[in-house]
Ligand binder design. Structure first.
Ligand SMILES: Cc1ncc(COP(=O)(O)OP(=O)(O)O)c(N)n1
Ligand SMILES: Cc1ncsc1CCOP(=O)(O)O
Ligand SMILES: [Mg+2]
Length: 220
């Protein structure tokens, strides 16, 4: 099986915090983008749709200037409305196959798999570009999130032809073990956005991808 890696999905995957102040959000994202992430997700679980539209459009402008693709959490409608590069869907966010049909082939589709292998298989079949497992560690953002075993990352890398994302409680310190286990993307909120220097913290993730061997068992 060939891995579908057209979007270059490998590296730090920044996910925005629930920030209600647009000016603060823009400043935080602008700083973190200086750390050279592979991908950025606009996620806000608290604001109404209209405010999320405004914020997502502002974040898209920053991502375009930085040359970083933007994925929108939860909503294909919002992703298409602002012209984002993709969407991330969890179990309550609609059918991935229907999303793929609406997005076409050029946009990124990611799906949450939690600790469930069957969701990853189904997501890959439905046309996802990446499957996301987690929480890998205790998450400050989502303390009640189910924990996923490290082994799922390697299995997904070996058996599915899509990129593998890890999320939940990821820090610069635990990043190398996730990359070594098979993660292509490390999705991070708190460790970067709560850092005193988000640009420096984001930059520090580069080392995990340089040091971590690309797992040998790549499907052909
Ligand atoms: C990369 C990535 N992985 C998982 C999630 C979680 O999605 P979901 O389960 O839909 O939960 P919410 O983020 O919507 O609270 C994600 N957003 N990104
Ligand atoms: C959205 C999501 N899904 C599982 S954990 C999580 C939050 C990740 O945030 P943090 O990097 O702060 O643990
Ligand atoms: Mg969701």
């Amino acid at each position: 099986m060939t891995r579908r890696t057209e979007h270059g999905l490998r590296g730090l995957y920044l996910v925005t915090p629930d920030e209600a102040d647009d000016t603060r959000l823009v400043a935080q994202v602008e700083a973190a983008l200086r750390g050279g992430p592979a991908l950025l997700q606009y996620r806000n679980k608290l604001l109404p749709a209209e405010r999320r539209h405004t914020q997502a459009a502002a974040v898209l402008a920053l991502c375009r200037a930085a040359g970083v693709p933007l994925v929108v959490n939860d909503s294909v409608d919002l992703a298409l409305a602002i012209g984002a590069d993709g969407v991330h869907l969890g179990r309550d966010d609609g059918d991935p196959a229907a999303a793929r049909a609406r997005l076409g082939t050029g946009r990124i589709l990611g799906v949450s798999c939690y600790d469930e292998w069957a969701r990853a298989e189904a997501g890959a079949r439905a046309g996802a570009d990446y499957v996301a497992f987690g929480a890998m560690f205790a998450s400050p953002t989502k303390p009640a999130a189910v924990r996923a075993p490290l082994e799922l990352l390697g299995r997904a890398r070996r058996e599915l032809g899509v990129a593998v994302a890890a999320i939940g409680g990821i820090t610069v310190d635990n990043a190398p073990q996730l990359v070594a286990a098979g993660a292509d993307l490390l999705a991070v909120i708190s460790d970067v956005f709560a850092a005193a220097d988000p640009a420096a913290r984001a930059t520090a993730y580069g080392q995990a991808f340089r040091a971590g061997p690309v797992p040998a068992a790549r499907p052909q």
